[in-house]
Write a new protein. Structure first.
Length: 122
């Protein structure tokens, strides 16, 4: 069994760290996107089981990207935000938008795959 993850972040270094971190779990297959628009384009072909989405990105931010994902056939995959603004109020606001969860930045590279699996297995 393997799960497809789409990691969306405008920071190349974070994309690289996240991909390496997630692929420590042999059952996670990761593709990265540098923008919300790129992620929306990748969805039909990649068909991820989960989208990890940065909140603050230029042009199309995380909430706008989530809104577009929800317009996909079937409502799109579950989305977990990854953000430096993961306080209770911010997390509640993101969850109210329809997110499956929120992971704080900076994330622990050794724990990221474990955190993601919790969302995949629930």
């Amino acid at each position: 069994m393997s799960w497809r993850i789409l990691y969306v972040d405008d920071e190349p270094d974070l994309r690289e760290v996240a991909q390496i971190s997630l692929e420590l779990d042999p059952e996670l297959v990761v593709r990265c996107s540098a923008s919300g628009a790129e992620a929306i384009e990748a969805l039909p072909d990649w068909r991820p089981d989960l989208v990890l989405l940065d909140v603050m990105m230029p042009e199309m931010d995380g909430p706008a990207t989530l809104e577009r994902i929800r317009q996909s056939p079937g409502g799109g995959p579950p989305v977990v935000f990854i953000t430096a603004r993961a306080g209770d109020n911010d997390a509640a606001r993101l969850m109210a938008l329809g997110a499956a969860g929120v992971i704080g930045k900076p994330f622990d590279p050794l724990q990221l795959a474990v955190q993601v699996r919790r969302y995949l297995e629930s």
